[in-house]
Design a protein around this ligand. Structure first.
Ligand SMILES: NC(=O)c1ccc[n+]([C@@H]2O[C@H](COP(=O)([O-])OP(=O)(O)OC[C@H]3O[C@@H](n4cnc5c(N)ncnc54)[C@H](OP(=O)(O)O)[C@@H]3O)[C@@H](O)[C@H]2O)c1
Length: 384
């Protein structure tokens, strides 16, 4: 395939381009700043289409011409997610491109309404507008938080406590709400979402019934269970963070693009792993031999209050000032729970374990070889 990677000069874009090349595809890149590409990657490209900005329509049309698939890896800001992607989608329509991986690699925002988490509004709006107006059926990929962002690797996003995130890369500490051992479903916890009931297949003999309850709808849930005529096993799940390394995100995207019927679009859930914050601390200590301290900031309900107050007082155009709280909240109250991953549909994809990514980082200490992808290089230098 000839694959166009949009935002190919970015963190994920460069990995996506390399993952496509490694599978024997030809890769065309679209971006404003070819200088940001590594020299080795630049020489392997079919071409680099340089644009002035995201609304440089002639450049978008040149980039989309004759490609078999498009992967959009624009920076995660609303203008690019909505306007930028729509302009690109129209160029893709003109060029007759059917396979379109929309910029995503985030939590499952299908459970999020407009205004609930500012940084996801553009994704939600794009999805709906495409449904209403385009013949293209995009692919959306849910991975949870990118590991490089969770760990605040320099240049990949700052989710440290100063932005109301969790990992302090300097102090080697975790700032967290709750105990880390909360389970779900929690019948006593107020949840702003409507009731939800998902029956997930665990194995041929076991099913998992996921309940999401408002305090006032337990009766309807019981009725649904009776109507199903099932006595499913209800697992109490410990609240976890779903996370994915950037390189896994790139690899799995290319695996998904290689599956049959991908032009029909749809939603994929794949992640590297899921852990509670105390588990992350323990694994980090084991692998790195560095003590991690945990600062407990209050209960999950304290977090909810703080997050909602901060959002109400904040300016949506500066949402970075408060969305860190909301990322934590919706992870902890499972608004964004990812559920079962779609691994069986992409059997060649082997997720990286947290231990492995930390060990691999050590193993390559000091190397600058091109195989040593920059994510782990950054982890090496920033999370020693
Ligand atoms: N789940 C998570 O934790 C998480 C975290 C971060 C990102 N993400 C997802 O991953 C995607 C890619 O993120 P990333 O971190 O790889 O992005 P990035 O490196 O910050 O940016 C990607 C590219 O966007 C292009 N760009 C920026 N402003 C532009 C403009 N005004 N016009 C045209 N192009 C512009 C830049 O290319 P040029 O300078 O060459 O134009 C840049 O290299 C995001 O959209 C988001 O959906 C998820």
């Amino acid at each position: 395939m000839l694959i166009l990677v949009v935002g190919a000069t970015g963190n994920l874009g460069q990995l996506l381009a390399q993952a496509a090349l490694d599978r024997g595809h030809r890769v065309r890149a679209l971006g404003r700043s070819p200088d940001k590409l590594s020299a080795s990657l630049a020489t392997q490209l079919e071409s680099f289409v340089r644009s002035e900005n995201y609304y440089d329509i002639p450049a978008l049309d040149r980039a989309c011409h004759s490609v078999d698939a498009i992967i959009v890896a624009y920076q995660g800001i609303p203008t690019l997610q909505l306007e930028g992607q729509l302009l690109l989608l129209r160029s893709a329509e003109r060029a007759g491109v059917k396979r379109f991986v929309s910029t995503s690699w985030n939590y499952d925002w299908r459970n999020t309404s407009l205004g609930q988490q500012d940084s996801y509004d553009a994704y939600i709006s794009f999805r709906r507008h495409v449904e209403l107006s385009s013949s293209i059926k995009p692919i959306y990929i849910f991975t949870g938080v990118l590991a490089e962002v969770l760990f605040s690797v320099d240049g990949h996003g700052d989710f440290s406590p100063r932005n109301h995130g969790v990992w302090d890369p300097v102090a080697k500490s975790i700032a967290m709400y709750g105990t880390g051992e909360e389970t779900w479903p929690d019948f006593g916890t107020y949840n702003p979402n409507p009731c939800k009931l998902n029956l997930l297949k665990y194995s041929n003999r076991e099913y998992k019934l996921n309940l999401r309850l408002k305090n006032d709808c337990q009766d309807s849930t019981i009725l649904i269970r009776l109507a199903l005529g099932l006595y499913p096993i209800v697992y109490a799940e410990v609240w976890t963070w779903h996370w994915t390394t950037e390189s896994d995100a790139a690899e799995l995207t290319l695996e998904i693009l290689g599956t049959e019927g991908v032009e029909e679009g749809g939603f994929w859930t794949v992640y590297s792993g899921e852990h509670t914050l105390p588990q992350i601390a323990t694994i980090y200590e084991q692998v790195r031999g560095t003590k991690v301290t945990i600062d407990r900031l209050g209960s999950v309900e304290d977090l909810r209050r703080t997050a909602l107050e901060a959002r109400a007082a904040g300016n949506p155009q500066n949402y970075w000032e408060y969305i860190g709280y909301l990322y934590q909240l919706y992870t902890l109250d499972r608004t964004w729970t990812l559920g079962n991953a779609d691994y069986e549909k992409i059997p060649n994809f082997k997720p990286t374990t947290l231990e492995d990514s930390l060990v691999v980082t050590r193993k390559y200490n000091g190397l600058t070889s091109v195989e040593f992808f920059h994510v782990q290089e950054s982890l090496l230098t920033r999370i020693p």
